[in-house]
Write a protein that binds this ligand. Structure first.
Ligand code: ADP
Length: 450
């Protein structure tokens, strides 16, 4: 039996679809190397993040599809990763691929705990990670990582961040001390943050997590605008009041055009110290519901684990102290979801050719979009509904349309158009349907020139 050709192998690999990016791994240009020799096939697949949540699944699928080809005796699939990022302006940050803000509507919800544990989870997957603790009201990151060293300077006078658990960490606390009274207002906080971004030698990083001060006021808004953020994550607890405040946070990021990667629900359920399993003591699902209402991804729940407090006090995050504990496992999953959402956002943004400057899709006469290249297009509410690209309206595998035309009312309207990252809109219709993300490129095709 002759060896299969490279084309045959690539054709087989087209059957492997990345569920998050919605395309096959050949179309996504993930297949970097194909080696064929005497019935043995070696394939290298390069993912967009080492923390890919479906890495093992993709590998298994690729293996079985290639193995099924005639003439194949052995298959070796190598999974590698090259983190995608957005080009960040500025000489000093050019090695940093992604800056992600970790935010919360109020204090005490576990934002800093989440920041250190997520950073460690990303690092354990093989990514290079840094933390910039910008929580001027209570810089707690150095304590949580057990860092007592001060940063020292390189030859150019830039600060070299101390490292703990493989994470580079800088904190405003290193400047002012953890107990210094902080009454900075927005502009001062913003200047200090910019100094931290530009006067620190971060080196190469896949992810720089920015721990923001809690709240959605002026200080947070200014900080959000003074860092080139690729996305933001919002930490909340199951309580209604915390969720309401989280929604305010969401609005803040949308206002300044920062993609919201999703919501984390912390302290949801209780890890019993005796049996090490999770018991649900509060009402569950609030974070997920809010995420759905706001049209952003839900990144997962973290249980209330008494050992998390102990870990924080010890200066060893739970993910390092006990990587197999339910809390650490939960952080691992959330970290992978964040990495996946960042990949989606970065790839979509990279591909976008034109952006909407003004969106008037909820208007009656007629709905329109003003594009940043000056073009103006009009839309038909019903046609937009019929073109919904969500998973329940289009078959993911075949691309076949599954919208029941007869069930869509003639007078259907767009009732909300929310920005999704910097690459598209999430449209909500008067029939309650609102799960479709329309990329700007797709909207450009759907509009009529006026
Ligand atoms: P924030 O940064 O939002 O102010 P912290 O991360 O400092 O909150 O957490 C506040 C307190 O709650 C800390 O004592 C921390 O150890 C504890 N904590 C946070 N998340 C959890 C959790 N999932 N389980 C148990 N304790 C937690």
């Amino acid at each position: 039996m002759p060896d299969p050709t490279r084309d045959q192998i690539l054709a087989a690999l087209r059957g492997v679809k990345d569920p998050d990016l919605g395309r096959d791994i050949v179309a996504l240009d993930f297949v970097k190397e194909v080696k064929i020799c005497d019935g043995a096939v070696g394939v290298t697949i390069e993912l967009t993040t080492p923390a890919c949540p479906v890495k093992e699944e993709l590998k298994k699928q690729a293996e079985s599809l290639v193995k099924a080809l005639p003439g194949v005796k052995a298959v070796d699939i190598k999974m590698t990763a090259q983190t995608v990022g957005r080009k960040i302006e500025g000489e000093l940050l050019k090695g940093v691929k992604n800056i992600v803000a970790i935010a919360s509507g109020k204090g005490g919800v576990g934002k800093s705990t989440a920041t250190v544990n997520l950073a460690l989870s990303l690092a354990r997957s093989g990514a290079k990670v840094g933390i910039l603790d910008a929580d001027i009201y209570g810089p707690s990151i150095p304590g949580m990582l057990g860092i007592t060293d001060k940063p020292f300077a390189d030859e150019q006078g830039r600060a070299i961040p101390p490292t703990a658990f493989g994470i580079k960490a800088m904190s405003v606390g290193m400047l002012v001390g953890e107990d210094a009274p902080t009454i900075w207002r927005g502009p001062i906080a913003s200047r200090i943050l910019q100094q931290f971004l530009s006067a620190v030698n971060w080196g190469d990083l896949d992810y720089l997590l920015l721990d923001l001060p809690p709240g959605t006021g002026d200080v947070q808004l200014t900080l959000t605008q003074s860092a080139p953020l690729n996305g933001a994550v919002i930490v909340t607890t199951p309580q209604d009041v915390a969720l309401r405040i989280a929604k305010k946070g969401l609005k803040m990021f949308l206002q300044v055009n920062v993609p919201v990667l999703g919501i984390i629900e912390n302290m949801s359920g209780f890890v019993c110290p005796n049996c090490n399993t999770v018991h649900n003591i509060f009402r569950k699902g609030g974070g997920e519901r809010s995420a759905r209402e706001m049209g952003v991804p839900f990144l997962g729940v973290i249980p209330l684990d008494p050992r998390m407090v102990e870990a924080g006090d010890l200066g060893t995050p739970l993910v390092a102290l006990d990587p197999t504990s339910p809390g650490a496992k939960a952080f691992e999953l959330v970290a992978k979801n964040i990495a996946a959402q960042l990949s989606i956002t970065n790839l979509n943004e990279k591909n976008v050719k034109v952006r909407a400057k003004e969106v008037h899709l909820t208007d009656q006469t007629p709905p329109k979009i003003v594009w940043d290249d000056g073009a103006v297009q009009s839309y038909d509410h019903r046609a937009l509904r019929m073109a919904c690209p969500c998973a329940s309206c289009v078959n993911e595998m075949t691309g076949e349309k599954m919208v029941n035309e007869k069930a869509v009312p003639a007078d259907i309207m767009v009732v909300e158009a929310r920005p999704v990252g910097r690459y598209g809109l999430n449209l909500v219709f008067s029939d309650g349907h609102g799960s479709g993300i329309y990329t700007f490129d797709r909207l450009r095709e759907l509009g009529k020139k006026i």
